[in-house]
Design a protein around this ligand. Structure first.
Ligand code: SF4
Length: 282
């Protein structure tokens, strides 16, 4: 059991990959996103987020069914059922991306999910699966897009729909994928070393095989970050006056699409706001 500074058992810090990433990215954004109450109003919907959500939930619906009931046409239909035009520039742009999303998921399902698929991805053992596992001084939590079983090992699958095509280094360096692998081991009690980024727009899969050392390095870094953000959170809850000193802004290009920039003068000065449809895959 870990002890805090006062000799009492230290509180476990609950973290998700997005909390850890936000803390490392910009502490003011962390405070505005996770700590301030009432929750400060955010920016409006962004097209890239809308598109990502539609694709994720369409694939969830298809993979939730038996392989015999999956088909490219069914996948395209699931996109139509969930389609939303929020954040797109206009109806024409939304229609273009709707058609692209239909093609992406139909091609993906044909290649990986139907009974005679040329590149089968294994038996699905988790869809949008909530994982939670204590590790040292933190509880790592999060929702994995998909967990596959391949020859008795769990594989972590994360869908991507953005502009950038990820590579194997992205998969290896991803703190989120490594934490999901660690949490999946604890939750499913099966080996889990392989993590994959499935990029729908390019139809590519970026994969990495972790070993004990690489997972331990990810875990150590996450625990260090969790300790920092837990201590800052405790200090802020005890005295909100520490907000500016413990949660400084980190102005930079990222501020252009930050959804709390309206509350951040430094961020607004650092970068003009991007339109809501910036960041879409070309
Ligand atoms: S606008 Fe920039 S500096 Fe301000 S909270 Fe957002 S990311 Fe941080």
């Amino acid at each position: 059991m870990q002890l805090g500074l006062d000799g009492m058992p230290a509180r476990l810090v609950r973290v998700t990959p997005s909390r850890l990433a936000t803390w490392e990215d910009c502490r003011r954004r962390y405070r505005l996103t996770y700590l301030d109450r009432p929750v400060p109003p955010r920016g409006g919907p962004r097209a890239a987020s809308t598109l990502g959500a539609v694709v994720h939930t369409a694939l969830q619906a298809v993979f939730g069914d038996a392989p015999a009931r999956r088909s490219p046409a069914r996948a395209a239909l699931e996109v139509d059922r969930r389609w939303s035009s929020e954040g797109f520039r206009d109806d024409a742009q939304a229609a273009t991306y709707r058609e692209r999303a239909r093609t992406w998921v139909a091609d993906y399902v044909e290649r990986h999910a139907v009974p005679d698929a040329p590149e089968p991805t294994g038996e699905v053992v988790g869809l949008e699966r909530w994982l939670s596992a204590p590790m040292g001084g933190m509880v790592a939590e999060g929702r994995a897009d998909r967990l596959d079983d391949r020859a008795g090992e769990t594989v972590v699958v994360d869908y991507k729909t953005g502009r950038r095509v990820p590579d194997a280094d992205d998969a290896r360096r991803s703190p989120a994928l490594a934490l999901y692998a660690l949490a999946a081991r604890r939750t499913l009690r099966r080996p889990c070393r392989r993590v994959e980024l499935h990029h729908l727009p390019s139809g590519t899969i970026a994969a990495a095989e972790h070993d004990e050392l690489s997972l331990a390095a990810h875990r150590e870094r996450a625990e260090g970050t969790a300790t920092e953000l837990g201590a800052a959170t405790d200090a802020f809850e005890a005295d909100p006056g520490v907000a500016e000193s413990l949660f400084p802004p980190a102005p930079g290009p990222r501020c252009a699409s930050c959804d709390v920039r309206r509350h951040c003068p430094e961020g607004r000065a650092a970068a003009p706001a991007e339109p809501a449809w910036a960041g879409l895959a070309p």
